[in-house]
Design a protein around this ligand. Sequence first.
Ligand code: ADP
Length: 220
Amino acid sequence: MTHCFKAVKTIELSKRQEQIIVIVKEEGPITGEKIAEHLNLTRATLRPDLAILTMSGFLDARPKVGYFYTGKKGNQLIGEALAKMLVKDYKARPIVIKEDSSVYDAIVTMFLEDVGTLVVIKSNNSLAGVVSRKDLLKAAIGKQNLQEIPVSIIMTRMPNIITCQMEESLLEAANRLINNQIDFLPVVRKLENKELEVIGRVTKTTITKAFVELGIDKDI
Ligand code: ADP
């Protein structure tokens, strides 16, 4: 798919080739002779253009019928569009709390920031863990004082955190969410000390937004 997308991107159509596509779109199936008439050119002059347009898949030709417009198949276009959607273009900002914050503070932050998962960071700001709604609910049904329990006790911690990176595609990130049955991926960058800096978040909402965008994209 990626290869296919690159191939399409590098084809620069000439003005005349674009005119041919317009004619064939409107009047196809149409013979080479007729296209030449439209453009006040000879059939021979057009031959290289028609060869390029058929080879690159814009037009198809049938003997005795003529040229007709094929464009590209729907699933091919969706695949190309998906490969273009990168984590770095869709990520949201991460909502973080320090690992010595209380479970109570985590619950308040979750409500104030309107998110379902928080990133827990160390004092040097590197990734320590994540805490989700269910983690907090679990802590809340115990009899403990939520203001006294540090969030680091109930979080899912490193090295068990599933992450993604800026240059990955949203499709890869979505696949990781599904395979691990989670709602949230921190977008990370490796620091010199091998720890991870959190620079964004990808959630099921991110994927849903991109899905809707794909559906209403007029270019597809
Ligand atoms: P919720 O608790 O709201 O259903 P999830 O399904 O994402 O949210 O969380 C399920 C469990 O997976 C929780 O214990 C949470 O800490 C953990 N979790 C969430 N995101 C990740 C992640 N990116 N990597 C590892 N564990 C995670």
